[in-house]
Design a protein around this ligand. Sequence first.
Ligand SMILES: [Zn+2]
Length: 282
Amino acid sequence: MSSSLKGFNVACPKCGAEKQINVPESLFFQKKFGTVKIKIPQGAVCTDHNFIVFISTKGKIVGYDVIDASISSDQDRVLPKEIIDLTLDKLIDAFGFNCVIGLIHAKLFDYPSFVLRSEEFKININQIDKIFDSLIPLQYRNNNAIKDVEFDTYVFNNQNYFYTAFKDNNTGAFLINNRKHVIHKPWKTTCDFEKSILDNALGRKDEGEQLNYLAQYINQFIKDVEFTKTLLENSKRISEKDLIKQLKEKLVVSTINKKRVLIIKEFIKQRFSKELSDRIKN
Ligand SMILES: [Zn+2]
């Protein structure tokens, strides 16, 4: 029998690095139902982590798990009951890096988001929602709370059918599952900004302060946005180049570059108006 390979775009649940991994198709013939577990060794997708990816027998990634004795041996302790103990690391352990990035983006850019689950989730979703809210300045918090949805495994014996059905009814929402997998992103932009502030916050030594740093980075970004908004309100059009120049002069604390301007533009379009963001010309 020929051993053909099937490629999967695998994302590390600890750091978000992505890479295509080829898996022998024969693995899926051996199992008719459920999921195939594949161990990803350190170095295969990213340099620092090993983890498990779950692939349905229909050939779709349905989740991830981290290989870490201190966590996987006792899922109940992944998140403590006290909100006060919650660190960025624990959030990433619970949701996966790319899901956390997406949740920050959803909150900041005002998109609804859902955690789809087939089993009891040992996480209080309201509490999680409050944490993400607390990262954002008060006047930019919105009604798009993170919600969780449980699906009936009797009705949907294949979870992908549920995901597809739910996605079709919520095309504007960010969807993840309780196994660290991003199911649907309603935006076209990459989340480079969110990734960089998350990396920066994780780089801070004091774990208890990492969430505060994240909030500070977001706050600085909002200040940049508001300054840009005022500029745009007072001009009919401005070239990207001129805008970068003006922001560099006035916003000395921020690193202003093309990427930053793009994300500011996206925020203005999503939160204020397309007409205003269109005043920034290439
Ligand atoms: Zn990694």
